[in-house]
Design a protein around this ligand. Structure first.
Ligand code: DAH
Length: 335
């Protein structure tokens, strides 16, 4: 009996060190223990058999637990905090399965690149803002019906996920005031995600992106603005374009305009096919005043437009809802 206990301890110690623990069930020591039963007097065989069965159960338990340990050690651990390629590299994914940049990310970079080369400084817009930046500082009087046009969402605390990137104007003007006073100018472009509580269809999405320019100097003109916008669209689409403006109403500009381009033939358009691309105008004196800038000395222009509309025309995308859909079939077209 003592012998059985001794062998049990020895075999279990072997299991702990083995890479193939189940093999230990075939060990010669175990066979000898089984074989010894017939050499015992009949009255001792019962107890001896029990102690061997107990040994076998203990051994099997140790083997199963060791096998689990080995299995776990074989699974590659993924460090969820590591950069994406560290983990995907270990999983040997094909490039197509590793994911790509979202087309909007790429195109926003293209847009910002063009404006920064023109001398505009870029700022990402906020995704939560307040009534003052959304409306007040932009010359929307309290309870003015123009506020309804923006279908804003609101949190219970009264914050607003911005419905346009114009929410950045007051911040940009305030931050740039010192530059004006030092004899310089403000030239900024903001870009980011905006939200509207709209009925969804092929051209309306609740979440989309805008880009917004703000320029202020002592002698800014509409002509400068139209020139800058025309250059922007021609660089973005890589060709000469016909453009036009028509009057429009936005409380934060006076005069306010819509800027349209003729849809290029190369992109499926025909002459006379006008596409309104953005809203723009000379910054309203009240908007300059709400940032502490004297509208008698300084003047400026601003514009704001949808990123998706630009990108849809460039890539022939027929439905704005594709962008937020997360559909791989759509995203893979931009590999
Ligand atoms: N914020 C306007 C919108 O989302 C677009 C716009 C119009 C922006 C005129 C401007 C502007 O900066 O001057 O409908």
């Amino acid at each position: 009996m003592d012998n059985v206990k001794e062998i049990q301890d020895k075999l279990i110690a072997q299991v702990a060190l083995s890479d193939t623990p189940r093999e230990i069930l075939k060990s010669s020591e175990l066979k000898q223990l089984y074989g010894a039963i017939t050499s015992l007097p009949v009255e001792e065989r019962g107890n001896y058999g029990k102690s061997i069965n107990q040994l076998k159960r203990a051994l099997e338990l140790a083997i199963t637990s060791k096998e689990l340990d080995l299995e776990n050690a074989a699974v590659e651990t993924i460090d969820v905090t590591a950069p994406w390629d560290k983990n995907t590299g270990r999983l040997n994914l094909l490039p197509a399965e590793q994911g790509t940049r979202h087309p909007l990310t790429t195109e926003i970079e293209n847009i910002i690149d063009i404006f920064t080369r023109m001398g505009f400084e870029a700022f990402e817009s906020r995704q939560i803002d307040n009534d003052e930046n959304m409306f007040g500082a932009l010359n929307f009087p309290e309870n003015h019906p123009a506020r309804d046009g923006y279908d804003t969402f609101r949190t219970e605390e009264g914050f607003i996920p911005p419905a346009h990137t114009s929410t950045m104007q007051n911040r940009i003007l305030k931050a740039g005031k010192a530059k004006l006073e030092a004899g310089g100018q403000i030239a900024a472009v903001s870009y980011g995600r905006v939200f509207r509580n709209e009925d969804l269809d092929a051209t309306h999405e609740h979440t989309f992106y805008q880009y917004e320019g703000v320029f202020v100097s002592k002698d800014a003109t509409l002509g400068q603005m139209i020139g800058a916008l025309r250059s922007f669209f021609e660089i973005y689409y890589g060709q000469k374009l016909k453009t036009k403006t028509q009057p429009a109403y936005f409380p934060f500009v006076e005069p306010g305009l819509e800027f349209a381009i003729e849809r290029p033939v190369a992109l499926g358009g025909k002459p006379g096919d006008w596409l309104e691309m953005l809203g723009c105008g000379m910054i309203h004196p009240n908007v300059l005043k709400s940032a502490g800038i004297d509208p008698v000395i300084y003047r400026g222009f601003a514009w704001g437009g949808g990123v998706e509309r630009l990108v849809m025309l460039k890539h022939g995308i027929e439905d704005i809802r594709h962008f937020e859909s997360g559909k791989l079939q759509f995203l893979r077209k931009f590999l």
